[in-house]
Design a binder for this molecule. Structure first.
Ligand SMILES: Nc1ncnc2c1ncn2[C@@H]1O[C@H](COP(=O)(O)OP(=O)(O)OP(=O)(O)O)[C@@H](O)[C@H]1O
Ligand SMILES: Cc1ncsc1CCO
Ligand SMILES: [Mg+2]
Length: 252
């Protein structure tokens, strides 16, 4: 399914996407999902996370601003998704930066995320157990870590998506590259987190997680490229991406 068809299907079906995502990203993730036609719900507390996952069509678990109670909610939601056989997508924000983040991810991986979406430094850190990256931003190139992404996919059984100038999507056997976008996209904090949520929404529509991830990343790349035509910097690029996503679903 191409990005236009995905945009149309998201509009028609409006999948409920439960997001346990970091404080920085909540606004952009919710608004980007809305613009793309999906229905976001930011529900993370362990009191209700599993219950909501019982209603959702996909779940996002993003470790960007973790604390013990949130991590409990992540286990509850990912566990419920796993048990129900609905897709859940892990965003291992800054996993190379601290021991706490490494242990959170190590404890979540047995719940078999459908997709792991990170930037090149995060995927390199997961694949090599080394401390790649300085913080939340990538210091590595996505195409340069293609082999590491493939190895991580084989090791975990998850589809791995590496965002960057070219997005890499792999299940360890099949690898696809998505080009496009705008070079100012990484300056929009949490756009990567929003791409993770769009991948989750696509997984609710398309059964094959490689195809879903390629479609979602291509939809965002196309919106970023279109938005880049009018944007004068990252500030105006951000709302222009939301408008371009909405226009894709409107015109498709
Ligand atoms: N140089 C580039 N050219 C075009 N698009 C890019 C480039 N770098 C990243 N992107 C796109 O920007 C989006 C965000 O990717 P990025 O790698 O910045 O994620 P991230 O580091 O996880 O972000 P965050 O942690 O801020 O959420 C993706 O859709 C990706 O395809
Ligand atoms: C800046 C930042 N810090 C923790 S999470 C986050 C959002 C991008 O991942
Ligand atoms: Mg970034």
């Amino acid at each position: 399914m191409g990005p236009d068809q995905l945009a149309r299907a998201l509009r028609e079906r409006s999948p409920l996407v439960q997001c346990l995502t970091n404080f920085v990203s909540m606004d952009l993730v919710a608004n980007l999902l809305n613009a793309a036609g999906a229905s976001p719900a930011m529900v993370h507390d362990p009191e209700e996370a599993a219950e909501l996952a019982g209603l959702a069509s996909a779940v996002v678990v993003n470790i960007g601003t973790p604390s013990p109670r949130w991590v409990e909610g992540m286990h509850a939601a990912a566990g419920a998704a796993h048990d129900r056989g609905i897709p859940w997508v892990l965003d291992p924000v800054a996993v190379g930066a601290t021991a706490y983040r490494r242990s959170i991810v190590a404890d979540l991986l047995p719940l078999q995320p459908t997709v792991i979406r990170g930037n090149a430094s995060e995927i390199l850190a997961l694949a090599t157990q080394a401390g790649a990256g300085r913080g939340v931003d990538a210091t590595d190139d996505s195409e340069a870590v293609k082999g590491d992404a493939e190895a991580l996919a084989r090791q975990t059984g998850s589809v791995v998506v590496v965002s960057g100038a070219a997005d890499v999507v792999t299940d360890g056997e099949r690898t696809e590259l998505v080009r496009g976008g705008d070079s100012r996209m990484p300056l929009i904090s949490a756009l990567g987190c929003a791409s993770t949520a769009l991948v989750a929404a696509a997984c609710a529509i398309i059964d094959d997680p490689v195809e879903a991830s390629v479609s979602a990343m291509a939809l965002l790349a196309r919106a970023g490229q279109a938005a880049g035509g009018t944007a004068v910097g990252p500030g105006s690029l951000r709302p222009a991406i939301l408008d371009a996503l909405w226009a894709t679903g409107e015109l498709a």
